[in-house]
Design a protein around this ligand. Structure first.
Ligand SMILES: Cc1ncc(COP(=O)(O)O)c(C=O)c1O
Length: 634
């Protein structure tokens, strides 16, 4: 097949994965069934084959599992929000500007933050630091002269001192006051320095949002000052002669806001505070609306937990319109608009790619006949095939499960022997194979899912859910998952994906498909001669940061690539995943001591004549290879 043929999208069986709903700008399926990456910044650039990328990386010594970061996807994230606000500002005649900041906590990896700063420079895009270490990171970057560094979170004197002193270097670092107590620390630090601070104040809005982060909003949210504390802070700042330093008002509603009307309501409330604080004499110039701009993980375009009912442009337009009305009504200048969008900027820029290691198939190709003398339930089980059909699918499934379970109970009590039980299990699995084949004719998608849920195969995959997709485990986050190859073949199996931790929670069993969320993923039978890879999308936000070392699986390899105009790619950066030695050191083991301890066990076995001295070299080499190797299946 010629290259130009490969780059053409097709509309064959791949539509089941709903790619056009959630990933139309970024991915498509090529004629040869490969998943392809589109360059979202160049409409006419050829699609780049993802399997080819993985093969090339493998040849260069980079194995799966790996996180693949695509530079132009990240650039698109930065452009979308900045140009979205520019368009909205221009359209509505807003008289202020937009100066967004990226919250480092959403993806702290140096390769990601460096690129955000680079792509954001033309837009004077800044950084948000929610902790001292994040401020330390922010201050290593040469931001545009008018970009902001917004410091949120609990701050000690050291944090505040560094933030204020950084102004001497030309950084526009804003210390956002989280409480009256924090203000007292700020006043103490200011008294030591010959540098005025830039101050912000964090307001607790009373409006609540829907979705997974409802608790981050409203009265019971942890951060931000209620009205009485705001009054205290204003009075105290005036008394200390520093009210003129209060330039920014901040509020944050929570992440992944599903409903754009929640955004409008909250922005309206934030504007009321802005007007009132201004009336109190605070010379506010910046209105910071925090994060919350969501990602449409499922592509449903609805106000549900894993989706949003608005686009980036709509979000920007709603914010600008609401602030315009509110400021005009209050007779105020239009402030500089600040948002701290993290998820929407980085989620789509990374994907997790892993290989299937083996499969547990939940069916059998043939059914043995019952033997003379078999228990009558074995005959009942065998008879199901006579009435099994699309119209009696559920009934057949119920019966098969019932008879099989009864037979298992008889086996446990010693009434039937191993071979009879083996026959029954095989008959059952063959019935399951038939049910899977008939399910698509049996009714709507939800019914089919219900039929197949308990009989899906298990595909054992080379990744750790806890390290690479922690939100899937913790908050039932959904991410699109798609086979990376053979998308021109009808997937012949349905599977759940289990990871390589020894934890039964380490599995993905909710999948985004064209017609909704399903408990199993359509996949292809795997063969011995060809690796089978799966790709999980939208993992750029929070997943790398929140991952943990369950079972001591460490960071995966991570590569940053750029898509080229000739259908190839450039490898911009490779970050090797953790070695076993590295993860051991995180949990207080010193790798050298581990080697020494193993050696002493070997030597003792030799000295007590339980091991041949000639085995020493081989044992030590095996231990060293392991400790210096990748934590995942190699
Ligand atoms: C203060 C603050 N700003 C910004 C964000 C980023 O939010 P998002 O990723 O939803 O844009 C967060 C995250 O919760 C936050 O706590």
């Amino acid at each position: 097949m010629r290259d130009e043929d490969l780059s053409k999208p097709t509309d064959a069986p791949q539509s089941i994965y709903g790619i056009d709903k959630w990933g139309a700008d970024l991915v498509s399926v090529m004629d040869n069934g490969d998943l392809g990456l589109k360059n979202p910044l160049k409409a006419d650039a050829p699609v780049v084959s993802l399997p080819k990328i993985i093969r090339d990386l493998d040849e260069q010594g980079v194995q799966t599992p790996l996180v693949l970061r695509v530079s132009s996807f990240l650039e698109l994230g930065i452009r979308s929000i900045n140009e979205g606000f520019s368009r909205a500002i221009e359209k509505s005649g807003y008289r202020g500007v937009y100066r967004g900041v990226f919250p480092i906590k959403v993806n702290q990896q140096a390769q990601v933050v460096d690129r955000i700063v680079e792509f954001g420079r033309p837009y004077s895009f800044g950084l948000e630091a929610g902790s001292k270490p994040e401020l330390v990171v922010a201050l290593t970057h040469r931001l545009a002269r008018d970009a902001l560094i917004v410091c949120n979170g609990v701050k000690d004197a050291e944090f505040i001192r560094l933030a204020i002193l950084s102004r001497k270097l030309g950084f526009n670092t804003v210390v956002v006051l989280e409480s009256p107590k924090e203000l007292e620390t700020v006043l103490e630090v200011v008294a030591e320095l010959d540098q005025e601070p830039l101050l912000g104040v964090r307001v607790k809005l009373t409006n609540e949002i829907s979705g997974n982060w409802a608790e981050s909003s409203g009265d019971r949210s942890t951060f931000g000052m209620p009205t009485d504390q705001l009054v205290t802070v204003i009075d105290r700042l005036r008394e200390a002669g520093l009210l003129h330093c209060l330039k920014l008002q901040h509020s944050h509603l929570g992440s992944q806001i599903p409903d754009v009307n929640d955004v409008r309501r909250a922005v309206g409330e934030a504007c009321r505070y802005f007007a009132e604080l201004t009336r109190e004499g605070a010379p506010l110039t910046h209105l910071d609306l925090g994060g919350g701009l969501g990602v449409d993980y499922t592509g449903e375009k609805s106000a549900t937990e894993n989706s949003i009912n608005y686009s980036v442009d709509e979000y920007c337009a709603n914010v600008v319109e609401t602030v315009t009305y509110a400021m005009d009504e209050a007779g105020l200048e239009h402030p500089t608009l600040v948002t701290e969008s993290g998820r929407a900027v980085v989620a789509s820029s990374s994907m997790l790619i892993f290989n299937v290691l083996e499969t547990t198939l939940y069916d059998a190709p043939a059914s043995p006949a019952p033997h003379e003398g078999d228990h009558h339930l074995v005959g009942d089980l065998a008879a199901i095939k006579d009435y099994l059909g699309p119209d009696r699918l559920q009934e057949s499934l119920n019966d098969a499960i019932f008879y099989r379970n009864e037979l298992r109970a008889l086996f446990r009590r010693g009434y039937i022997d191993l071979r009879q039980m083996g026959r029954a299990e095989e008959m059952f699995l063959h019935l399951m194979a038939k049910i899977k084949t008939l399910a698509p004719e049996a009714g709507n998608a939800a019914q089919i899912d219900a039929h197949l849920e308990k009989i899906a195969d298990i595909y054992h995959c080379n990744f750790s859910l806890f390290q690479s997709l922690p939100d899937v485990w913790a908050i039932d986050q959904l991410h699109p998952v798609v086979p990376m190859q053979r998308l021109n073949e009808v997937p012949d199996r349905r599977a759940v994906l289990s990871d390589i931790t020894c934890d039964s929670d380490g599995k993905i069993d909710r999948f985004i498909l064209e017609d909704g969320v399903s408990p199993s993923l359509p996949v292809h039978s795997i063969t011995d001669h060809e690796p089978y890879y799966l790709c999980v999308f939208f993992v750029g936000a929070y997943q790398e940061t929140l991952g943990d070392l369950h079972n001591l699986f460490g960071d995966t390899n991570a590569v940053t690539i750029e898509l080229r105009d000739d259908g190839e790619f450039d490898l911009l950066h490779e970050q090797e995943g953790d070695t076993i030695a590295e993860v051991l050191s995180y949990v207080e083991y010193e790798p050298r001591d581990c080697i020494a301890a193993f050696r002493s066990i070997v030597d003792q076995e030799i000295s007590e004549a339980r091991l041949k001295a000639s085995d020493r070299k081989m044992l030590m080499a095996a231990y060293r290879d392991s400790i210096n190797g990748y934590t995942y299946y190699e």
